[in-house]
Design a protein. Structure first.
Length: 399
């Protein structure tokens, strides 16, 4: 009997330990979302078209949290996540660097006083005239993931500093980026050999674990793979001195996520493989701006089709709610309290793909004119929007 009690105590202890480990890994951080009452008040204040309300104090808080979690890693904000100049200004004040995908993003940053030499051009395939424009503006760092791009950049700017984007696992990322980008082992060898031969300054390694990455191990594997590529580069006579651990740091929607501090522990430990002389940067997009914003739109009309309830919003896939197309689920709030029923939620255009959610449990009493609020939607919403079918672009309001 006594032994049984001992076993039971041990089991309880191990369950507790497991629970602790899991709560440490998932959702252990405080929620830092924009206050919902402020969002409601903003909608009541005046509504002409869908809008994104951004609280700049949350951007500041997230920047500081990132810096504290990974003191050795300088964040270079991925402008594509939300290029609103007011957002960029807050990040400049917080001391962030930047990562760009195009010269339009570059020009926007330089117009705000950002020094081009500190901007990383991380789009793996760049038009030749964009490279020339970036070089003329003072950009020094350019990503490559193919021999063709090494040669192209070298022919435009022979002294460019190149960093090699390698393929790494995107397991557990809600928005994978592997497959399209990242050099595999044989290409890595070829890129290193070509760079050494033409005397291109292949000066670092980059990877991206996939956006909204809920698996911290992806960073450890990426850093370990980068270490091996550093060694290959040095062996070929190159001088690697930059490690870029990319973006992918997740934010809270409906699935559990690891806290940035948990990811930081994994990253910081793995970085011990690199001497202090190696510059380490990251390219967070979503992490810095998503929680700061609520996307607000309105129901244009409702319908019943084949027995199914449909609501049509004044913003859909083309108007900013694009990420649901790949399965991202926002926390949706409304002003109604009726019992939930299953709704199909469509955007306003006549395109059949413009359906943002299917079988979403939402209050049965929702009707024309009601507001729909998407939580933590500060990233990849307004940045994606077009005015397809003549519907207006959403506005961004910053508080
Ligand atoms: N860096 C590059 C090259 C990217 O393509 C992206 C996103 O697509 C990011 C950084 C930012 O990723 P995230 O917003 O997931 O942090």
């Amino acid at each position: 009997m006594q032994m049984r009690a001992g076993v039971a105590r041990k089991t309880i202890k191990s369950i507790r330990q497991q629970a602790f480990e899991q709560s440490h890994l998932f959702d252990s951080h405080l929620e830092s979302s924009l206050d919902f009452e402020r969002v409601r008040a903003a909608a009541k204040d005046g509504y002409g078209k869908p809008f994104l309300l951004i609280d700049s104090s949350i951007i500041r808080e997230k920047s500081r949290r990132f810096a504290a979690a990974m003191p050795r890693v300088r964040p270079h904000y991925a402008v594509k996540a939300n290029p609103d100049p007011r957002v960029l200004k807050v990040l400049i004040e917080e001391g962030a660097g930047f990562e760009i995908a195009s010269t339009a993003e570059l020009d926007l940053l330089t117009s705000l006083g950002v020094v081009a030499g500190e901007i990383y051009y991380s789009n793996p395939v760049k038009p030749r005239d964009f490279i020339a424009h970036a070089a003329a503006s003072g950009v020094e760092w350019f990503v490559v993931d193919s021999v063709d791009e090494v040669k192209k950049i070298h022919s435009v700017k022979a002294d460019a500093k190149l960093y090699l984007r390698i393929d790494t696992p995107n397991i557990g990322s809600d928005w994978p980026l592997a497959g399209k980008f990242g050099a595999h082992a044989s290409e890595v060898r070829e890129i290193i050999a070509t760079s050494a031969k033409i005397r291109a300054d292949l000066a670092g390694v980059a990877f991206h674990v996939g956006s909204q990455c809920r698996n911290p191990e992806n960073w450890r594997v990426g850093i370990e793979k980068s270490r091996a590529v550093f060694d290959q580069m040095a062996k070929a006579g190159l001088n690697p001195r930059l490690l870029n651990i990319g973006g992918g740091f997740p934010v809270r929607h409906v699935k559990p996520i690891p806290a940035i501090e948990v990811i930081g522990d994994v990253v910081n430990r793995a970085l011990e493989m690199f001497p202090a002389s190696v510059r380490v940067i990251a390219e967070p997009g979503r992490f810095l701006v998503s929680d700061a914003g609520y996307f607000v739109c309105r129901i244009m009309g409702t319908a019943r089709r084949a027995g199914k309830r449909w609501m049509h919003l004044d913003a859909g896939l083309f108007g900013g709610i694009m990420e649901t197309a790949e399965g991202l689920k926002y926390k949706v709030r409304t002003d109604r309290s009726g019992p939930d029923i299953s709704w199909n939620v469509a955007g306003p255009t006549c395109d059949s793909i413009d359906v943002v959610m299917r079988d979403e449990p939402l209050p049965s009493d929702l009707q024309e004119g009601d507001y729909i609020y998407l939580k933590n939607a500060g990233a990849y919403t307004t940045a994606y929007a077009s005015n397809f079918n003549g519907f207006p672009l959403p506005e961004v309001r910053v508080i």
